[in-house]
Design a protein around this ligand. Structure first.
Ligand code: HEC
Length: 181
């Protein structure tokens, strides 16, 4: 290396080290100062929201890619309906059923799955129900439920778009923890 290029390389490395140090100091300052508002009553800044949403979508798509989706029949849908009503409805509602009041105070607010689920593949819904979403309030059901049970719920969730209120109401609740109707 020529002495001049060596100087330039050293200078660039030094500049980069200073930049990393400043960034670290900013992170530490944000964490310790209390300036950052974590209230659920105030939405994220647009850039933060975009980063979180995009990271979440791509993370799920990437991890769900290797999952093989079983063929889903009516029996699975019926079995999944009971679990959906007792474990998901408070937060995600259903045809003719709104989320619980407390779920509407969450940030992010749990989406009304009947409207949003068509954006997701069944294997992604399975992955989401099994693993949950960290720091968002979306629980992981994998530690407490078998894959078969989670596929049943997935089969039911995929049927939600276009399901009538009567049809939704006709599925059995099967649990005393249900807050619907
Ligand atoms: C305590 C509330 C809560 C419960 C119970 C809950 N979820 Fe969620 N769920 C959330 C929240 C909050 C999000 C949004 C997370 C985000 O956008 O980062 C979410 C997101 C999702 C998504 C992604 C949808 C989208 O459009 O972004 C799916 C699919 C999902 N949940 C399925 C389920 C299923 C299936 C169950 C029941 C087995 C369930 N959830 C139970 C709170 C909940």
């Amino acid at each position: 290396m020529q002495p001049k290029t060596k100087h330039l390389a050293l200078g660039a490395a030094f500049g980069l080290a200073i930049l990393v140090l400043i960034l670290l100091l900013v992170v530490v300052w944000v964490a310790y100062s209390g300036t950052y508002n974590i209230a659920a009553t105030q939405g994220h800044q647009p850039l933060v929201r975009w980063t979180l949403m995009t990271t979440m979508k791509n993370s799920v798509a990437d991890r769900a890619e290797a999952i093989t989706t079983p063929s889903m029949n009516d029996e699975m849908v019926t079995a999944g309906a009971t679990d959906y009503k007792s474990m998901c409805q408070h937060c995600h509602g259903g045809p003719g059923v709104r989320q619980s009041e407390w779920a509407r105070g969450m940030l992010p607010e749990p989406p009304h799955l009947t409207d949003t689920i068509s954006e997701w593949e069944p294997r992604e819904v399975f992955w989401l129900a099994k693993h949950g979403i960290r720091m968002s309030g979306m629980p992981a059901f994998g530690p407490t439920h078998s894959d078969d049970e989670i596929w049943n719920i997935t089969a039911f969730v995929m049927r939600l778009p276009g399901m009538t209120e009567d049809e939704y109401a006709s599925f059995e609740t099967g649990s005393s923890t249900d807050h619907g109707h």
